[in-house]
Design a binder for this molecule. Structure first.
Ligand code: 89Y
Length: 348
């Protein structure tokens, strides 16, 4: 018998990420995927068959008209996010959208305004902060064992050929700060709070792509903590670690390090304690992306809490807009070779 209490969800976009986003939703009991949209119906039909979903569309308007929906999950390339967010707002349907929110700052701002004015709940699927090892680092930080943190490094450096699975990324004029910077800078906010100023330098190493593939961002957080976020897809290293983020936090009484293969080391003057924060390995994850794919479930669960009126969501559009601001302040800093004071830059 159909469970009428299930959240009725439609998926917009059937590309690379939908293949993981869908099984991640299906890990949660009270969600039903009622329809898939894709501009090419063949792709939608293929995914529908694989996941036993009965209804597909190649016309999104028709889907909004025909289906009784509680929410849509937009999993298209970034340049069409605004189009579908506006459509959902017009139909008064809650909307979840992949990161990065938009290809440009002004478009993201407009998406926030449109959803707020329509009174439509708007969430960003920002999953890196939901990775098990990163949640564990936060727990260690909050338990106070290292005292007040004063300095941190958050590193994401790899040479993994991401353009094979996501060819669209190679065509972006602004690449690494929008694609991975959205995640890495969000992790910095998640761990250390908001930023007061930043300085960034970028570089383009891979001649086969349009945008920059290296970015180094130095931030002063509002707490006074110094945070260095480094990201690169041009780093040919002894040990390829894609898609792991490494973290080192130094505090007045010790340090916390997240290193290869999810090992966390907590050091005080007395000792170093190590443990492994292995992500849940669902049977549908691609081993190359395991820690990311696994975090999709926790990110979705947290969004579901709001859809069910049972709690709040960390990655709302409004919250994620603070990350969007960091991305575009970083580009401005790199372009002008200047330190950007966030409040002054955004006239706040
Ligand atoms: O698009 C990116 C993401 O969200 O995680 C890794 C990725 O697939 C390539 O940088």
């Amino acid at each position: 018998m159909e469970n009428l209490n299930k959240i009725r969800l439609a998926i917009i976009g059937c590309g690379f990420w939908a293949r993981y986003q869908i099984p991640a939703w299906l890990e949660l009991e009270d969600v039903e995927i009622v329809a898939l949209y894709n501009r090419s119906i063949t792709k939608a039909n293929k995914l529908a068959t694989d996941f036993n979903i009965t209804t597909t569309y190649d016309d999104a308007e028709k889907m909004f008209i025909n289906e009784q929906l509680d929410a849509v999950d937009i999993i298209t390339d970034v340049d069409t996010h605004a189009h579908f967010v506006k459509m959902a707002a017009r139909y008064g349907i809650a909307v979840i959208c992949q990161k990065p929110m938009a290809p440009k700052f002004a478009v993201a701002k407009q998406m926030i305004e449109i959803t707020l004015n329509a009174g439509v709940p708007f969430f960003i699927h920002e999953n890196f902060r939901w990775q098990m090892p990163i949640r564990k680092v936060k727990e260690q930080l909050e338990c106070g064992i290292i005292g007040k943190p004063f300095k941190a490094r958050v590193s994401y450096c790899s040479a993994f050929p991401v353009f094979k699975n996501q060819p669209f990324l190679a065509t972006l004029n602004e690449f690494i700060l929008t694609d991975i910077g959205s995640h890495v800078l969000d992790i910095c906010r998640f761990l250390f709070g908001e930023v007061s100023s930043l300085y960034c330098q970028t570089a383009s190493i891979n001649p086969g792509i349009k945008g920059e593939d290296v970015a180094n961002v130095f931030m002063q957080m509002k707490t006074g903590l110094h945070c260095y976020a480094e990201m690169s897809y041009a780093s040919i290293l002894e040990k390829e670690a894609f898609p792991q983020t490494f973290i080192l936090i130094e505090g007045e009484s010790g340090s916390i390090q997240l290193t290869y293969d999810f090992e966390i080391k907590v050091t005080t003057r007395k000792a170093t304690n190590c443990f492994i924060a292995t992500p849940v390995l669902y049977n549908w994850v691609d081993p190359d992306y395991a820690v990311v794919h696994s975090s999709i479930v926790d990110c979705n669960r947290n969004i579901l809490q709001s859809l069910r009126d049972k709690g709040s969501t960390e990655t709302t559009g409004v919250d994620n807009f603070e990350t969007v601001k960091l991305v575009w302040a970083a580009y401005a800093s790199a372009q002008k070779n200047k330190v950007i004071n966030l409040n002054e830059f955004y006239g706040e």
